[in-house]
Design a protein around this ligand. Structure first.
Ligand SMILES: Nc1nc2c(ncn2[C@@H]2O[C@H](COP(=O)(O)OP(=O)(O)OP(=O)(O)O)[C@@H](O)[C@H]2O)c(=O)[nH]1
Ligand SMILES: [Mg+2]
Length: 442
């Protein structure tokens, strides 16, 4: 039997003890397995409270069995859901009955993959299922649920329609060669391009926000020893995570904490003070600090208020990673000017910390859009950005040289990119990659 049509089974609830545990089965053998486990013939969509039997015919639990007849189910196939008590000894036995009856243990994400293959959802929605499960803030969860309900896909469809309209318009002009130039100079066509471009730009904005809500950004705190980096980490997280002393060189290990600002996860990394040292442990700490600095989305470079950042240290910072300068210990110095591009704070008193948070939020480019973020992934942003640039080239070909054929070709390429998002034409490799990151049983 083919990989995609055999019957699959998995424990769908998280491991450990719980009030309820669920085993899910999908495929042609679901009903047969239901009758082995319940010794009854289940009716579709009727919850049945029943004893559950193991492979040897002994009652192991009693719970609720639910049968969904395909195509009216999550996967589009016949599905059986068994809700027993949340104990893995029981769940394993239920899984055994299913596998003894010819089901196979499902791969991660395989139920959702089948839902996609059976056209119950598109690829962007399938990805939103996983993002919803992984969401770590309310905002991220609502962005994911918007995408799951098809809002993201619907926006893509709107853009696709606008794009196809433009293509048809241009291609029909090409069929009437004599009038072609007139046709292509038509302001109607320019308007269509403008609408198309602004739709893509808007969707990109909402999606980029979704990516931020999902992945957040990583901020690395760096600077000389003793300037208050660890104190700043503790202040930002509101926890006493890092050891703080007045001895220079206190921190050696890399410390990572997560906070969220307006629902955007911020990964904050505290590092060893940057200096030359004879101590091999501190040397390793500094090496690790540089590793982290090189991977940062942004560096918070901490300087003691009243001191100048050391030029040699600044020269060591990697090109291309933005740096924010933080003047700490503001409480020790009075009358310090708030310099441009410098944030004056005191990790000790909390002064300036809310401005620092606001600064971090703005640097990440996070400004809640009115319609709300749509959960998206880097691959969606990539595809949208490529589509945007094809559409712009298409528009330029028309404006600059009335090159209708080139313009239509650019629109076709943009269309391919948009189809990649919803999974219209997607390679098996990409599908494998996407679904393998799901949890088992989803
Ligand atoms: N007055 C004052 N003292 C501070 C402030 N922030 C940190 N300190 C003190 O400065 C000293 C060093 O603080 P840490 O947070 O350990 O500094 P660090 O940059 O992590 O130091 P290393 O781990 O050694 O690189 C401690 O004695 C802190 O209490 C501040 O805003 N005001
Ligand atoms: Mg420290």
């Amino acid at each position: 039997m083919s990989e995609n049509t055999d019957t699959i089974a998995a424990i769908a609830t998280a491991s450990g003890k719980g009030a309820i545990g669920i085993v899910k089965i999908s495929g042609a053998r679901s009903l047969e397995i239901a009758s082995l486990i319940t010794k009854q013939t289940l009716k579709p969509r009727q919850a049945r409270y029943t004893p559950f039997f193991n492979s040897f015919g002994a009652v192991i639990d009693q719970g609720v069995a639910l049968y969904f007849k395909g195509p009216n189910s999550y996967t589009g196939e016949d599905v059986l859901e068994l809700q027993s008590h949340g104990n893995h000894v029981l769940l394993d036995q239920l899984l055994d009955v299913a596998t003894n009856a010819g089901a196979r243990v499902a791969r991660p994400g395989e139920f959702t993959e089948r839902a996609f293959l059976n056209d119950k959802i598109d690829l962007a929605q399938a990805e939103a299922v996983s993002d919803l499960i992984e969401a770590s803030t309310t905002e991220a969860a609502s962005a994911a649920v918007r995408s799951l309900q098809g809002e993201f896909s619907a926006e893509i469809q709107v853009i696709l329609e606008q794009l196809v309209n433009c293509r048809v318009y241009i291609e029909s002009a090409l069929d009437f060669a004599e009038e072609e130039i007139e046709f292509l100079k038509d302001s109607e066509l320019t308007d269509r391009f403008t609408t198309l471009e602004s739709s893509v730009t808007q969707l990109l904005q909402r999606s980029e926000e979704g990516v931020l809500l999902r992945d957040g950004i990583s901020i690395v705190i760096a600077g000389l020893p003793n300037v208050g980096k660890s104190s700043l980490l503790n202040r930002l997280t509101g926890q006493d995570t890092a050891i703080v002393t007045d001895i220079a060189g206190t921190t050696r290990d890399v410390l990572k904490e997560e906070i969220n600002i307006d629902g955007m996860p911020i990964h904050i990394v505290d590092t060893a003070g940057l200096r030359n040292s004879d101590d091999p442990i501190e040397q390793e700490g500094v090496r690790r600090a540089h590793d982290q600095i090189n991977q940062a989305d942004r560096i918070l470079f901490v300087v003691e208020a009243g001191c100048e950042p050391e030029q040699s240290l600044l020269d060591e910072l990697p090109d291309g990673i933005p740096v924010s300068f933080v003047l700490n210990k503001a409480d020790l110095q009075s009358g310090i000017q708030q310099l441009e591009n410098m944030l004056l704070v005191s990790a000790k008193t909390g002064e300036g910390i809310s401005q620092l948070r606001e600064h971090i939020k703005q640097c990440a480019g996070f400004e809640k859009t009115a319609e709300g973020a749509l959960m998206a992934r880097r691959r969606h942003i990539d595809a949208l950005t490529k589509a945007q640039s094809h559409i712009r080239s298409g528009h330029r070909h028309l404006q600059d040289s009335s090159a209708g054929e080139l313009s239509a070709e650019e629109l076709r390429l943009a269309q391919d990119q948009l189809n990649l998002i919803t999974g219209e034409f997607t390679s098996d490799d990409l599908l494998g990659e996407i679904f393998s990151r799901f949890c088992i049983g989803k």
